[in-house]
Unconditional design. Structure first.
Length: 72
């Protein structure tokens, strides 16, 4: 598996609907991939990335990699 979560953060649209944006490093290609969790249902992402994210989805939703932007 060449994917590694770098961070997640909550973003919101102009109507105030929030969702989780995920930032993933793909070490095989070297690139950083940005997407929101609702994009898992679309065909734009590679299947192996979707499987990786679905396997750790509960940890993402619990905030394991969440970045708030505040220095601690």
């Amino acid at each position: 598996m060449s994917y590694h979560i770098m961070l997640t953060r909550k973003i919101s649209d102009i109507k105030g609907h929030s969702q989780i944006q995920v930032q993933v490093m793909d070490a095989a290609t070297p690139q950083i991939i940005y997407f929101t969790l609702d994009e898992l249902e679309k065909d734009d992402l590679p299947e192996d990335l979707k499987e990786y994210i679905r396997g750790i989805l509960s940890e993402i939703e619990e905030g394991r990699w969440h970045y708030s932007g505040k220095y601690k």
